[in-house]
Ligand binder design. Structure first.
Ligand code: XUL
Length: 509
């Protein structure tokens, strides 16, 4: 039993969490927000503003500075980082980093950004919010048809890495030729820790439209079609419990011991699955972050006939489902700002001042292009013209809950217990709406950074062979349980049909 570090590099921040597997405690944490703490990158929301709303790119050096700062804060917190026995991490999914050279040991005298920046063949990394690859997606669909979804778990998706790589290789052929390695955000940062090229795990690799989930290898035909020489530029794909290497000596400055095992990183959703304790069949998870996501372990490999849901590798073995709704907290925050109310009103008073079902008010809050269902152009749609601020807030929350239920039904499984995580999981009103819409018990856990916690679990699991069940018993005991009110079941069942019809009509308009 020992100490393990999980590092979560998400859209807006870098967070570190240390777990003590002996005592089931979290002795140290730190957090760096890109907008607040690294203003020189001019990326208040984690990406660079662009005149084209479909383009969302970040500077990889911002992640490196964020990592350095978060580790600095962690070591300043008083916890002796020399006690750490293993490290793993979590990256926002689908984003890609293009390197001119393979990784080599780091030079001690220079910052990470200073020495790794010049080794990139592309100064920016497209992130998961990017929607600029419609052409490439059409080409992939035309070339592979249904096989793409059957074998990679998803049809061609604009934010997925394969279409993004294809676009870059076509638009910037010289820079593409100079690229020796294409990394995901997760494998890039894992490589930085190791000072050598790290593999991509099955969890995050499945979000690329390149990994064949039947063989768990890169799919040669799809890879060849995607971009010239891509196979040679991809790191190997490996199980999530693989040790990628030993920690580079550069990290000695924080008190960390060089050489300690660095376990391959994964995506934020696979990490959250284990970090919420929902990796065993029967449970599901909902993460209410910048985007909202629904995820669950899969008993059998199955794909979404609507094409919105995805299949990723489950770090605990087998597969998991993932449905991503781009307009999560992003939309809740936009409505709150529009109404000029504080969070207290949004989370509590508004729901007290409005009634369940809200007179049938529904809202499609597409402040940004939406992934589920695919909506390329932003625009908020309502099926009503009048609402008080309280009703407006209930409309967005009920509609988001109905959307989560509607688009997760393809798995054909009735989830009676759902683990809730992310910032908005603190809202008791939203928890009740989710419990009633799903007619499921909603459970929160103490640690809200489930992606970082999941990464620390994966380090403990790979290094010390501690099972996920055991880690989840220690760290993920339900804190607050919200029971569904059966009296609301029928009302929401009816609204679910209305929501489905409203959404379908809006998509055709
Ligand atoms: C999942 C997705 C998002 C990002 C956000 O497919 O695009 O959840 O991983 O971090």
């Amino acid at each position: 039993m020992g100490f393990h570090l999980g590092i979560d590099v998400s859209t807006q921040s870098v967070k570190c969490i240390v777990i003590d597997t002996e005592n089931g405690t979290v002795p140290a944490e730190s957090s760096v927000n890109f907008g607040r703490d690294l203003p020189s990158y001019h990326a208040p929301d984690g990406f660079r503003p662009n005149a084209d709303p479909r383009i969302k790119q970040a500077d990889p050096r911002m992640w490196l500075d964020g990592l350095e700062l978060a580790l600095e804060q962690l070591s300043a917190s008083g916890f002796d980082l020399a006690r750490i026995d293993g490290i793993s991490g979590s990256g926002q999914q689908h984003g890609s980093v293009y390197c001119r050279e393979e990784f080599s040991p780091l030079r001690p005298g220079r910052s990470l950004a200073e020495q790794i920046g010049p080794r990139l063949s592309r100064p920016v990394a497209p992130i998961w919010m990017d929607r600029s690859t419609a052409t490439e997606c059409r080409e992939l669909d035309a070339a592979f048809g249904d096989r793409l979804q059957r074998d990679t778990g998803s049809p061609a998706i604009e934010r997925f890495t394969g279409p993004q790589i294809r676009k870059f290789a076509r638009e910037e052929p010289k820079a593409w030729r100079r690229t020796r390695r294409v990394h995901l955000v997760s494998s890039f940062l894992c490589s930085v820790l190791c000072g050598s090229d790290a593999p991509i795990d099955f969890g995050d690799g499945a979000g690329m439209n390149l990994l064949n989930l039947q063989t768990l290898q890169w799919d040669p035909a799809i890879v060849e079609f995607t971009a010239p020489d891509l196979m040679a530029k991809l790191p190997p794909a490996v199980p999530s419990a693989t040790v990628a290497g030993g920690l580079d000596g550069w990290f000695r400055r924080f008190g960390l011991r060089p050489g300690i095992p660095v376990v391959v990183w994964s995506g934020d959703n696979p990490n959250s699955l284990v970090g919420t304790g929902a990796a065993t069949p029967g449970l599901a998870g909902i993460s209410l972050g910048t985007s909202d996501t629904f995820f669950a372990p899969m008993r059998v490999f199955k794909t979404d006939p609507q094409g919105c849901g995805h299949v990723f590798g489950n770090p605990a073995g087998g597969f998991m489902s993932l449905i991503c709704f781009t307009n999560g907290s992003l939309a809740r925050e936009a409505i709150r700002r529009e109404l000029a109310v504080n969070w207290e009103f949004f989370d509590r008073d508004a729901l007290e001042q409005s009634s369940t079902g809200n007179g049938g008010r529904l809202m499609l809050p597409y402040f940004e292009p939406e992934s589920t269902p695919p909506v390329p152009r932003p625009g908020v749609r309502r099926n009503y013209t009048q609402a008080t601020p309280a009703e407006e807030i209930r409309a967005i929350l009920e509609s988001q809950a109905l959307s989560l239920r509607l688009h997760s039904s393809w798995q054909g499984e009735r989830f009676r217990r759902i683990r809730l995580t992310g910032g908005a999981s603190k809202s008791t009103g939203f928890r009740q709406i989710l419990a009633d819409v799903f007619q499921a018990q909603i459970e929160t856990i103490q640690v809200t950074n489930s992606a970082g916690l999941g990464a620390a679990f994966r380090a403990a699991n790979a290094v010390e062979q501690i099972s996920f069940e055991r880690l989840s018993d220690r760290f993920c005991r339900p804190q607050e349980i919200t029971h569904p009110d059966p009296a609301n079941a029928e009302l929401y069942q009816e609204m679910l049909k209305q929501f489905r019809d409203f959404e379908a009509a809006a998509q055709q308009a």
